[in-house]
Design a protein around this ligand. Structure first.
Ligand code: 13P
Length: 251
């Protein structure tokens, strides 16, 4: 049985003080919730502060990106070891905003996924089609390619720990959610692809989150689909009450 996982991707929001207040409020709202894995992913600048607040709670810390190299001349970048050092257990990789605005490729995501696992971090690998691609009936091809290339060459132990986040780009921050049936269809496809990339047993172990305009009102139905193992939450994670309600919808 896969344990559901709900992560809050705070994106480029919240100063350190604001992040601390939000983390405290989320911690209070989710006190005692143990049956869903909960992860908060603040900006790099707030990781230490939020990590200190979450220490001793069941809520995990995640980063939103990292470089694949251990160290060196990569101005502006953060290494896997640095992320780990701040107490992160998770790292989001290949978010569509990074693919779109920072030219992140499947090859880079693959390097990062391997580096994250080697550093003892769990990668949350994001995939998803644009509206143009969906309308051109390319969803299956796009998602298959992203999953296959991003997760190529992982050993089975690492592969089983990975979390995949299916985030249709047209549903991110638009208020336009994929219907539960639309999302489930792509999640089932992703699991088939995972079986080919590794093996069917490993594919059953991998958790696949849905992301894109998840709100308290639509979360329960999405999370009740057979292959939807939780959510990656943007806007609704910036407010403790709505994030906590979404987490509780996964119980
Ligand atoms: P929204 O929940 O704001 O649509 O964002 C989803 C997302 O991109 C999470 O990574």
């Amino acid at each position: 049985m896969r344990k559901k996982i709900v992560a809050g991707n705070w994106k480029m929001n919240k100063t350190t003080g604001e992040a601390a207040a939000l983390a405290e409020a989320v911690k209070a709202a989710l006190n005692g919730v143990a049956d869903v894995e909960v992860v908060l992913c603040p900006t790099f600048t707030a990781l230490k502060t939020v990590g200190d607040i979450l220490a001793g709670s069941l809520i995990r810390l995640g980063a939103q990106n990292m470089h694949w190299e251990k160290e060196g001349a990569f101005t502006g970048e953060i290494s896997p070891g640095m992320v780990k050092d701040l107490g992160c257990q998770y790292v989001i990789l290949g978010h569509s905003e990074r693919r779109q605005f920072f030219h992140e490729t499947d090859q880079n995501v693959n390097r990062k996924a391997k580096a994250a696992l080697a550093a003892g971090l769990i990668p949350i690998v994001c995939v998803g089609e644009t509206l143009e691609q969906r309308e051109a009936n390319q969803t299956e091809e796009v998602v298959t390619t992203q999953v296959t290339r991003s997760l190529a060459g992982l050993d089975e132990g690492g592969f089983r720990r990975v979390v995949v986040a299916y985030e249709p780009v047209w549903a991110i921050g638009t208020g336009r959610t994929a219907t539960p049936a639309q999302a489930q269809a792509v999640h089932a496809l992703i699991r088939q692809v995972l079986a080919k990339v590794c093996n069917p047993g490993a594919a059953q172990a991998v958790r696949i989150q849905y992301g894109g305009s998840v709100k308290p009102a639509n979360a329960r139905e999405l999370f009740s689909q057979a292959d939807i193992d939780g959510g990656l939450i943007g806007g609704a994670a910036l407010e403790a009450g709505s994030f906590a309600d979404i987490v509780k919808a996964a119980l």
